[in-house]
Design a protein around this ligand. Structure first.
Ligand SMILES: [Zn+2]
Length: 120
């Protein structure tokens, strides 16, 4: 279990970008609709290991890669309702081939804690 923040998302963006757009078998970058993906990767790497999320947004052109994700319980996005990119708790096994994890907002985690306490 771990906390997902826009800062942790920003720190992981370069590697996630590479996993999405680099084809190791062909040793080439697959372009996106609007980007030369290899050039974007180089810019992301140049931001260093702990980039400012605003710099990641500037390089990519939108905030989708630093989004903290939608809560599996209340279905509120990390961007809703005020686009503050609130942190999330990722719980469950994270496996690229068999992902059994889910995201929860802190409001729902607090509700779960209250539910557990009232049933203990
Ligand atoms: Zn929630």
């Amino acid at each position: 279990m771990r906390i997902i923040t826009m800062h942790s998302q920003a720190a992981a963006t370069a590697e996630r970008w590479k996993a999405q757009y680099y084809d190791a078998g062909k040793d080439m970058w697959n372009p996106t609709a609007t980007h030369q993906s290899g050039a974007i990767y180089e810019q992301l790497v140049a931001l260093g290991p702990a980039p400012d999320p605003a710099d990641v947004v500037r390089v990519i052109g939108n905030d989708s890669w630093i989004d903290t994700g939608r809560c599996a319980e209340c279905w509120v996005s990390g961007r809703d309702p005020w686009r503050t990119l609130e942190p999330r708790l990722r719980i469950g096994r994270e496996d690229p081939n068999d992902n059994a994890s889910t995201l929860l907002c802190f409001t729902c985690v607090r509700s779960a804690r209250t539910l557990i306490a009232s049933n203990s």
